[in-house]
Design a protein around this ligand. Structure first.
Ligand code: HEC
Length: 121
């Protein structure tokens, strides 16, 4: 390989790496934007932006949260009742006050969309 070609290749790789690192995640469709906003304000502190998890809560992009393992009913129940730690070592999830079923329906639709994007089901 000639030197200029090697330089061009290296530049190319650097540029595509930078582009990949900067590319924001695919935007959710507009009908999920309410669910996204609710998720970000009520759940993301522990479950992470994009449901990627944080040091204080699990990611919903983990296989165990796909619909056959954790049906939507589990997603309604968790904020209403709280969750005793059983899958992880983060500790218990507290009840999330002031959130109604309509809000949860929107949040769940958004979480399922994120899970689909991540290819877990
Ligand atoms: C204060 C932190 C915190 C917040 C806020 C929070 N969670 Fe959790 N959540 C957790 C932790 C920790 C677990 C893991 C418990 C375990 O070990 O299985 C969990 C688990 C869950 C589970 C799994 C329940 C099961 O049956 O295993 C669901 C569903 C869930 N959360 C939904 C939500 C939703 C929806 C919101 C927002 C409305 C939310 N969480 C907000 C900390 C949180």
């Amino acid at each position: 390989m000639t030197l200029p070609a090697a330089v061009a290749l290296a530049l190319c790789l650097a540029v595509s790496y930078a582009a990949a690192a900067d590319t924001p995640a695919v935007k959710p469709p507009p009908d999920l934007s309410k669910g996204e906003a609710l998720f970000n304000s009520r759940c993301a502190a522990c479950h992470g932006i994009g449901a990627k998890g944080t040091p204080v809560g699990p990611p919903f992009l983990d296989k165990i949260y796909e619909p056959n393992h954790h049906a939507d009913s589990a997603f309604y129940r968790a904020p209403e009742m709280g969750v005793r730690a059983h899958h992880w070592t983060f500790g218990d999830m507290p009840k999330i006050p002031g959130i109604n079923r309509d809000d949860l329906t929107q949040i769940i639709a958004y979480i399922r969309w994120l899970q689909k994007q991540a290819g877990i089901f």
